[in-house]
Write a protein that binds this ligand. Structure first.
Ligand SMILES: CC(C)(COP(=O)(O)OP(=O)(O)OC[C@H]1O[C@@H](n2cnc3c(N)ncnc32)[C@H](O)[C@@H]1OP(=O)(O)O)[C@@H](O)C(=O)NCCC(=O)NCCS
Length: 189
């Protein structure tokens, strides 16, 4: 299972991706904004993540690595996890290597993965949970049509910094996505 977009390939992780994953997820600028990435982050962390993603691939998750075609380099991860086909739901999580921020890469990847989730997997709803203080991630959810559904106070502790944070909950229904997709493509995203 591989998805190709204009600039990216979204695919199953390989063990050889470990160096790119350490470079991206190992930066505190990235891990401190997520809930599950520890700091420091080394080769054994990346190997564990890759093996776990391969083991669960197409079972209850698709943890796509985001490969930049021009550099043949993994610049991030966009994961669909906790896929429940009976319930029609899944959760998403993502990061992009610091050096590649603000180029529209997560937007491009999310458009493709949302299509996959709703059209191929036939899901009804995606959920995304974001540190309330994470400006970029809150903005990216809203850009692709996620609806803010509420905040849980002091709900999470960062594995990278130990800091406690509030969590914003976002939901994207299939019908939200159909609407957002149209306006994103009109804007040329
Ligand atoms: C969140 C993250 C994945 C965004 O990736 P990206 O490829 O840089 O995002 P995009 O370039 O597609 O940006 C999409 C929109 O988000 C907003 N945005 C992105 N970065 C932003 C920033 N630093 N400040 C404010 N808004 C930002 C903008 O509205 C942008 O749209 P625009 O460029 O048309 O204005 C990236 O910043 C990241 O990896 N952060 C650290 C890890 C993280 O927070 N992961 C999510 C955990 S829930």
């Amino acid at each position: 299972m591989e998805i190709e977009t204009q600039r990216l390939i979204l695919r199953k992780p390989r063990l050889s991706d470990w160096e790119d994953i350490v470079e991206g997820a190992g930066a505190l600028d990235v891990s401190k904004r997520t809930m599950n990435i520890p700091h420091p982050y080394g080769s054994s962390d990346a190997e564990w993540y890759i093996n776990d993603s391969i083991k669960n691939w197409a079972k209850d998750s698709y943890a796509f690595v985001v490969e930049l075609k021009t550099e043949k380099k993994v610049i991030g991860v966009l994961a669909l996890t906790g896929i429940n086909l009976f319930n029609g739901t899944a959760t998403t999580g993502s990061w992009i290597n610091r050096k590649y921020w603000r180029n529209g890469y997560i937007t491009e990847a999310k458009i493709a993965v949302n299509d996959f989730a709703f059209d191929t997997l036939k899901l009804r709803r995606l959920t995304s949970t974001v540190n309330s203080a994470n400006t970029a991630s809150n903005a990216t959810q809203q850009k692709v049509g996620y609806v803010f559904e509420g905040v849980q106070r002091k709900a999470s502790k960062s594995k990278a910094t130990g800091k406690i944070c509030d969590l914003n909950f976002y939901g994207l229904l299939k019908e939200d996505w159909k609407k957002a997709r149209k306006s994103l493509l009109t804007l040329g995203a």
